[in-house]
Ligand binder design. Structure first.
Ligand SMILES: Cc1ncc(COP(=O)(O)O)c(C=O)c1O
Length: 364
């Protein structure tokens, strides 16, 4: 594979537009990497209380001060290190505006990574430098990333840790240190959307590094995807200009109340993460027994699977749709699907379909 440089391009349709996620149907959505156990009951109580007392009449806090304070304490950081947005997605949009649009910068990212974010980089008209992950392991090619970032004078780097769609940990502390120190003029964004499952975070490093931003979200392990709460965590000197551009009250007060309640119930988060890890281990074990699949090790709540016999993931998708199950695939990764671990009984239904083909010799 060669490194490809995407020039300013026309606006194209989103890459995974075949995945129409309709949640009004009764399909099992193995295609959405959400938490199947949902949020803490304390969040539900807080939302109900919010509605009952009609607190929404007021504007609430313009800068999400209470959430920033409580969230920062979790990482032993200061509230000024946090800029709270409508999900990690909005945090990234502002980083693109400041570091790609306003500075006419260039984005560097490994490939494959989260396709919506890369597409967003292209849409703002930025040059996007994609560096392929190692062929077999999907490990981060640190030397090549450093070289490409220097040669292309990248202004922004984006790495998901764990990575979507491969599920693996891309960054060790040593690798991150190298990126931060050897390409200091680039602002490195570490997207930790799935980091709660992996149990690692680089957020505390923003204390001493001015070219690091960590993205966190309530969409995944906290089970609040629809409420849209996330943050950019950065050194004060990076967070302050972002905070100055942020639209006051941009995150609605219901979402802030829900996020605070979610943070307070840390025991629920720990329990849910432990359950999901346990389910994933079991699901992964069973998936690895299917002869026509190669399963990649994952630190997230989903697996990347490669169809090793016939590369026809569209046929597999179709068969699963007939069983009312959705999985994710992407045009740039033929032969692969991404599957989220859902509830144990749902995972068993999925495995039963896959096994049936194996048993009947009807390879997908
Ligand atoms: C790697 C990654 N980052 C971020 C997000 C989205 O985060 P948010 O809902 O906070 O915008 C996703 C959602 O799928 C994701 O896979």
């Amino acid at each position: 594979m060669t490194e490809k440089i995407g020039k300013i391009g026309k606006i194209e349709g989103i890459v995974d537009s075949d995945n129409t996620q309709r949640f009004d149907d009764d399909a099992l959505h193995f295609d959405a990497a959400i938490n199947p156990y949902g949020c803490s009951p304390r969040v539900v109580e807080a939302i109900e209380e919010f509605a009952r007392t009609r607190v929404y009449r007021f504007y609430g806090e313009p800068t999400a001060a209470v959430l920033r304070e409580r969230w920062a304490a979790r990482f032993d950081l200061a509230p000024d290190n946090f800029v709270v947005y409508n999900g990690a997605g909005e945090a990234l949009a502002w980083l693109f505006i400041t570091h790609l649009v306003m500075r006419k910068g260039r984005l560097i990212a490994p490939s494959p990574s989260y396709e919506r974010f890369i597409e967003a980089g292209r849409r703002v008209g930025a040059e996007v430098i994609e560096v392929p992950l190692e062929a077999d392991s999907f490990a981060l090619p640190v030397e090549r990333i450093i070289k490409a970032a220097r040669e292309n004078r990248a202004t922004l780097g984006l790495i998901s840790n764990p990575n979507n769609p491969t599920g693996n940990i891309l960054l060790s502390r040593e690798h991150l240190d190298r990126l931060l120190n050897e390409v200091p003029e680039c602002l490195w964004i570490v997207d930790e959307a799935y980091a709660d499952y992996a149990g690692i975070t680089f957020a505390p490093l923003v204390r001493e590094h001015k070219n690091l931003v960590v993205l966190r979200t309530f969409s995944k392990a906290y089970g609040l995807a629809g409420l849209r709460v996330g943050a950019a965590i950065a050194h004060r000197s990076v967070a302050a200009p972002l905070a100055a551009l942020r639209i006051p009250w941009c995150v609605n007060s219901l979402s802030l109340v829900a996020a605070c309640a979610a943070l307070e119930d840390h025991a629920y988060l720990e329990e849910t993460v432990a359950r999901i890890r346990h389910d994933c281990a079991e699901f992964g074990e069973r998936l690895s027994e299917i002869s026509y699949l190669k399963i990649y090790p994952s630190a997230a709540n989903f697996f990347l699977l490669q169809l090793t016999v016939l590369n026809d993931e569209q046929r597999l998708k179709q068969i699963l749709i007939e069983g009312n199950m959705r999985v994710r695939s992407r045009p740039d990764m033929p032969g692969y699907i991404r599957v989220t671990s859902l509830l144990p009984q749902d995972n068993r239904r999925f495995l039963a379909v896959l096994r049936e083909f194996e048993a009947h010799g009807e390879k997908v």
